[in-house]
Design a protein around this ligand. Structure first.
Ligand code: COA
Length: 659
């Protein structure tokens, strides 16, 4: 069993120990909003926005009224922003989950020599999941503590308990995040195994006994045989879950007319997780290809139908060794996903010899294939979903790059925060590509607070803008010393914003809270939130996130706007992994080009640091030399004096002795 190698103190489950998310001061947020936006707007836009914001924040005005209501709300709730944020970020979003919303972790490429190897891997993985679930059920997961900035604070553990118990139910206007409440007599647990677009119920408890790895292997072998039986093949229903959320909600209600379908949906919605046994996808399995396959399955012609996107955890085990996990994001953040998958990977990859060799000999009832009654209407809906997924597959422009020149140790040696440094490099890379700064999102964890999720670090700071302009202007217009000062300013600004965000003082959640309250209070759409600047502020052309790992794997996700980039990074001691995504059909983006500019930016910043360090060292050396010369001169003078005074005395003494 792998070690849950975090702090030994267990998660008490009690929220009381954590503070509540504070409500920032209204004036601070409005001032910060203006300073975040000024350089992203034209002068005219900014002047208009400044007036709107001043009116909104005027004494006795709408802003103050909303602020007092928000304070009231925060007193009555564990977390005043949780519902607003969940709806805004995920549940109201009507876009299809693959690429647009669900991130993926890409495992190291596996070397399966025979088909049975992938099943052994899957059996091992499932048994790890069952072990992990036991820790969750016993509430004995070690508590997480913050690292990096403001390290040491205890973190909220709630997201872990949604890993294997939640489901995102599609709705016509808004989805629902359903959490299974644990009942007094827990139901027997099962996993859904997807194979060749068919879904099978794999009971993990049979006759009050949890299946061991050998049993699991036996059951998986049976599933593969059943899936191969062409006569029994059913349509690829899973494709419906890759459709837009409103479309899927409609298709689901059509499916629900048949009791067979209702039973099948119920089994999927209540399962622990999915394990997707994928067919081999093609000859080339670069990091970039594997990332794309995790995000969308390769469409109908590959494994796109072998998915059920509403379920938070879908493990993918490809016959060609392309493995990973794709997640429905509304239930938890990437960091929690990493902790769980690292546990599983340490269990499997760390001890391959423990992989089960032979199948079980015990008689087990065969896993059950889920049945679907498909009317012509359903067939049409599947075809339409498949077409849209295919377009998505063609449209995704992905580039995964391992930057090997240096990693976070070099950055720490510069006495800079690695995260802030990488963010400034992303700003530089983007500015090189497009010659303008844009609204940028960086996720900042709020898990220091009860029910904490994330807020936004607005990394396109005015200080970063000043630095990137200086770095990209014609040669010699700014000296290296000045550039270095600008770099330090940008890093300091980024680090301060990070500290604000992780202590609950950032602006995005606050503005969202005020906006939603105004909506609840039926105030109509306020100028403040109708303003073009507010819309621009929420168009995250750069959507970035640090997802660090301690096991060899990386995270990836898609862009959040049609003309934007998704940029996920995983800083390691001596290298950094970047997963950059965009859409081919945008004229403004190209992932490979952005990666190229980013790499150049990272090299330029390193060279600047090295040059300034060398200059500093040379200045220090010159100072040292001057000090040494000065000391020698002093010594010389001292010796001269000594000679002048002491020698005659000495001679006198000598003479007196002689006398
Ligand atoms: N000099 C030397 N070292 C420094 C330094 C400095 N000036 N500033 C920071 N460091 C060190 C830190 O001590 C830390 O050391 P460690 O690796 O030994 O722990 C390391 O550099 C990293 O710190 P930093 O780069 O500042 O980042 P961080 O770890 O504090 O992370 C965030 C910053 C914003 C990414 C983090 O707070 C966060 O919120 N993470 C969650 C992101 C998330 O939710 N992602 C998933 C979204 S789905």
């Amino acid at each position: 069993m792998p070690v849950l190698d975090r702090d030994a103190s267990k998660d008490s489950g009690g929220r009381d120990a954590l503070p509540k998310l504070p409500v920032p001061n209204l004036k601070d947020t409005l001032d910060r909003y203006l300073s975040c936006m000024k350089h992203l707007l034209t002068e005219e836009q900014f002047n208009k926005t400044q007036n709107i914001v001043t009116q909104f924040g005027a004494p006795g005005g709408v802003g103050e009224l909303l602020q007092s209501k928000l304070t009231e709300r925060s007193e009555n709730m564990a977390n005043w922003v949780y519902d607003y944020w969940l709806n805004d970020m995920y549940l109201n979003n009507r876009l299809a989950l693959p690429v647009n919303s669900s991130p993926a972790m890409v495992f190291p490429q596996q070397n399966f020599k025979a088909p049975i190897d992938s099943l052994r891997f899957a059996a091992h993985l499932i048994s790890g999941v069952l072990e992990y679930k036991t820790h969750l059920d016993d509430r004995n997961l070690p508590a997480d503590y913050a690292r990096g900035q403001l390290a040491g604070t205890r973190l909220c553990m709630e997201q872990y308990y949604r890993l294997f118990t939640s489901y995102r139910l599609p709705g016509p206007e808004r989805d629902t995040l359903v959490a299974q409440e644990s009942s007094v007599m827990p139901e027997p647990e099962h996993i859904i195994v997807a194979c060749k677009n068919q879904f099978f119920v794999l009971d993990v408890m049979i006759n009050f006994r949890q299946l061991n790895q050998r049993d699991l292997l036996t059951q998986l072998e049976k599933i593969v045989k059943m899936a191969d039986n062409e006569e029994e093949q059913l349509p690829p229903i899973g494709l419906l879950t890759s459709d837009g959320r409103t479309e899927w909600a409609e298709s689901r209600s059509v499916l629900m007319r048949e009791s067979t379908n209702r039973d099948s949906l119920d089994m999927i919605e209540r399962c622990l997780c999915l394990v997707c046994l994928d067919d081999a996808s093609g000859p080339e399995l670069s990091d970039t290809t594997r990332a794309m396959l995790m995000l969308h399955g390769g469409g109908l012609t590959k494994n796109g139908g072998n998915r059920w996107y509403d379920k938070p955890m879908q493990f993918i085990v490809g016959a060609d060794g392309c493995c990973g996990v794709v997640c429905e994001h509304s239930a938890f953040e990437g960091i929690v996903l990493v902790q769980c998958t690292e546990y599983l990977l340490k269990c499997m990859i760390g001890s391959p010899s423990k992989l089960v060799r032979a199948a079980s000999v015990s008689e087990l009832p065969a896993p059950r294939r889920l049945r679907w009654k498909c009317t012509p209407e359903i067939h049409k809906l599947i075809t339409s979903a498949a077409d849209k997924l295919q377009r998505m597959v063609k449209n995704l422009d992905m580039s995964v790059h391992k930057f090997h020149d240096y990693g976070k140790e070099f950055i720490k040696k510069q006495k800079m925060s690695p995260d802030a440094y990488i963010q400034v490099a992303l700003q530089l890379g983007f500015y090189r590509c497009q010659g303008r700064p844009v609204s940028t999102y960086e996720s900042a964890s709020l898990r220091r607070f009860q029910q904490g999720r994330v807020d936004n670090i607005r990394s396109a700071t005015p200080e970063a803008f000043a630095f990137v302009k200086a770095m990209t202007e014609g040669k010699n217009s700014t000296s290296d010393t000045e550039k270095m000062e600008l770099l330090k300013g940008a890093i300091t600004a980024q680090t301060s914003y990070t500290r604000l965000a992780i202590t609950g003082m950032a602006i995005d959640n606050h503005l969202l809270g005020l906006r939603e309250l105004a909506h609840e209070m039926k105030m109509g759409k306020l100028e403040m939130f109708k303003d073009e600047a507010y819309l621009i502020s929420n168009q995250f052309i750069l959507s970035t996130s640090q997802v660090p790992t301690t096991v060899e794997m990386f995270c990836c996700y898609g862009p959040v706007v049609p003309n934007g980039y998704g940029a996920c990074y995983n800083p390691q001691s001596d290298h950094i992994i970047f997963s950059v995504s965009s859409f081919h059909d945008s004229q403004q983006t190209c992932s490979a080009e952005f990666v190229k500019c980013l790499v150049q930016g990272l090299r330029d910043i390193r060279d600047l640091c090295n040059k300034c360090n060398a200059d500093c060292a040379a200045t220090e050396e010159r100072k040292d030399q001057k000090t040494a010369i000065f000391s020698l001169c002093c010594l010389h003078q001292f010796l001269c004096l000594l000679y002048q005074y002491c020698v005659p005395i000495h001679l006198l003494k000598k003479q007196s002795i002689l006398l």
